[in-house]
Ligand binder design. Structure first.
Ligand SMILES: [Zn+2]
Length: 276
């Protein structure tokens, strides 16, 4: 038997660098950093997994109005990036939402035929008593949370438990920390298991030094998430943070036209750790 079903599903993974904040400092990014005034650019990514005709979108980028409100610059529309990759947003059937912060939840309307997947714990969090506290609600936009409620009542949002298989070769795993329902995405690729850490890691530096990012719900979950990431990824070179400019610097571009904008993280990094 050499049927197709014998071959494990392997995905291509495209990381779309749709935004940037070059004015960000280390002190805004890391708690009690030794050099708080030093600049440390924050990039913004969303992702798409592609396998033959199958497409799974992971996070939907940021509404440009909220980018402006929060002081970030848009580099491109993640929706236009999908089109440049040959993906029709209205044909996408599956969207994973790793958490509900505004920079991961824009453009929901661009996917009218999709089913959305998110941690039940995140929905409880964003509609529960923690949102009475400014600290916890500061990275959420109520209009977008309202959209999630609408999708839920339309039967298009599945709120799942902590570990969930979305497709053969694609699983999601709760880690918490950054927010109550933060999850990471494990994807089988030709080079092995890649982990899209989403905001469980904003920067490689958190992972390398074992330090927390400054936007936190639960610090102990945030730090122990690093261990979970190590368990699920085939190596440290298979781990992809959500906001680190190094990602675009070390992975190969999806195409010449998309150089600097979309990189292939299912392929091995083309530059060494030191050049990160
Ligand atoms: Zn984020």
């Amino acid at each position: 038997m050499t049927g197709k079903s014998d071959v494990p599903a392997q995905y291509e993974i495209y990381a779309i660098r749709y935004g940037i904040n070059p004015r960000r400092t280390r002190g805004q990014n890391f708690i009690l950093d030794a050099r708080p005034d030093e600049p440390l650019t924050l990039d913004f990514y969303s992702w798409v997994l592609i396998r033959r005709g199958e497409v799974i979108v992971v996070d939907t980028g940021m509404n440009p109005a909220f980018a402006e409100k929060h002081g970030h610059d848009m580099l491109m529309s993640p929706i236009e990036a999908l089109k440049a990759l040959g993906v029709r947003p209205d044909a996408v059937e599956t969207v994973i939402l790793t958490h509900a912060h505004y920079d991961h939840l824009g453009h929901l309307d661009a996917f009218p035929n999709a089913r959305f997947f998110m941690q039940a714990e995140e929905m409880n969090y964003v509609t529960g008593p923690y949102m009475e506290k400014r600290w916890f609600r500061r990275a959420y936009e109520p209009d977008e949370i309202t959209q999630l409620v609408r999708l839920l009542h339309d039967g298009r949002l599945e709120l799942h438990g902590r570990d969930r298989e979305i497709a053969d070769g694609v699983t999601v795993h709760w880690v918490g920390g950054h927010c109550a329902g933060q999850e990471i995405v494990r994807v089988r690729t030709a080079r092995g298991w890649v982990v899209l850490a989403s905001d469980a890691l904003h920067y490689y530096e958190e992972y390398e030094r074992g330090v927390p990012f400054a936007v936190a719900f639960n610090l102990s979950d945030m730090i122990t998430a690093h261990d979970r990431i190590r368990e699920l990824a085939d190596s440290d070179d298979h781990v992809v943070p959500a906001h680190d400019p190094r990602v675009a610097g070390i992975y190969p571009p999806a195409s010449q036209e998309l150089d600097g904008k979309v990189v292939r993280v299912d392929l091995a990094p083309v530059k060494s750790m030191d050049s990160r």
